[in-house]
Write a protein that binds this ligand. Sequence first.
Ligand code: 8YV
Length: 322
Amino acid sequence: ASKPIDLLIYGPRKEVIDQGFPAGYVLHKCERADDLEKLSDEARGRIRGIAVTGLVPTGAAMLARFPKLEIVASFGVGYDHVDSAWAAQHGVIVTNTPDVLTEEVADTALGLLIATLREFIRADKYVRAGRWQTQDYPLSTGSLRDRKVGMVGMGRIGQAIARRLDASLVPVVYHSRKPAPGVAYKHYPNLIEMAKEVDTLVVITPGGPTTAKLINAEVLDALGPRGVVINVARGSVIDEAALIEALKSGKILAAGLDVFAAEPTVPEELRAMDNVVLLPHIGSASVVTRNAMNQLVVDNLKAWFSGRPPLTPVAETPVKGR
Ligand code: 8YV
């Protein structure tokens, strides 16, 4: 029999991943960073693959502790929690889980946009409180009808959101560092210029240092008093203090947020506002989509260790032919 393949399963427990590997694989499970200390040196020395099952920080120092590491298969399309540059330098493959969540996250974004504009959450509370008995719910200030959306990011999910906006007859433009190939929407290399031209921002760009606090006070100023900001990307992309200030002062109208700077902590100031809709990072969080994402983590590792190329390597990864 061939030698067993040792894997570290790092992060929250996932049934599909725990059950995903046939005989011949040895799984070492660590839910938190502290648990890594309980791995013997001998086990660490044998581990050839890591499944990162959630947003657990997977930096250079952590990865460097595994001398035989070949591949890190990360759960989620965003992988700003994994040091993919270090991995590339050390010939370690990193994979993520794109495509299988695209339509789900796009659904969430459009739902969040409409819920924010048309005040669904406030209206629901109104019904439950029995207030409809006395008075009709007031007309919403916001509407999708008179809006122009500036997408921040036009990757696969961005394009799926834009397609939904097309169907809703809402004009779309976008900002990204480089124009997206094969995309007909107007591209703005400059975010401030775009913010001046639109009243709605939908943020769906990767996190990490290059996009940190991209949406700042100046951008929110440019967006103006009708401004609505929807974020289904990473909390790091928005200067959260500036956003709170803009919402409080009426510099912008409303926000719909699925992600926050310090999850799962959501600033008390946001929680107290009624012109925001707050979701607990559920963009991709349905059973069907999460099963597909978990399975893709498993399938990337199984492909690699059966002598095939990884299925969905990230851009930085030097994919070696097999
Ligand atoms: C994550 C996400 O998987 O795909 C992403 O980038 O944000 C989610 O789908 C989530 O952060 C849980 O780990």
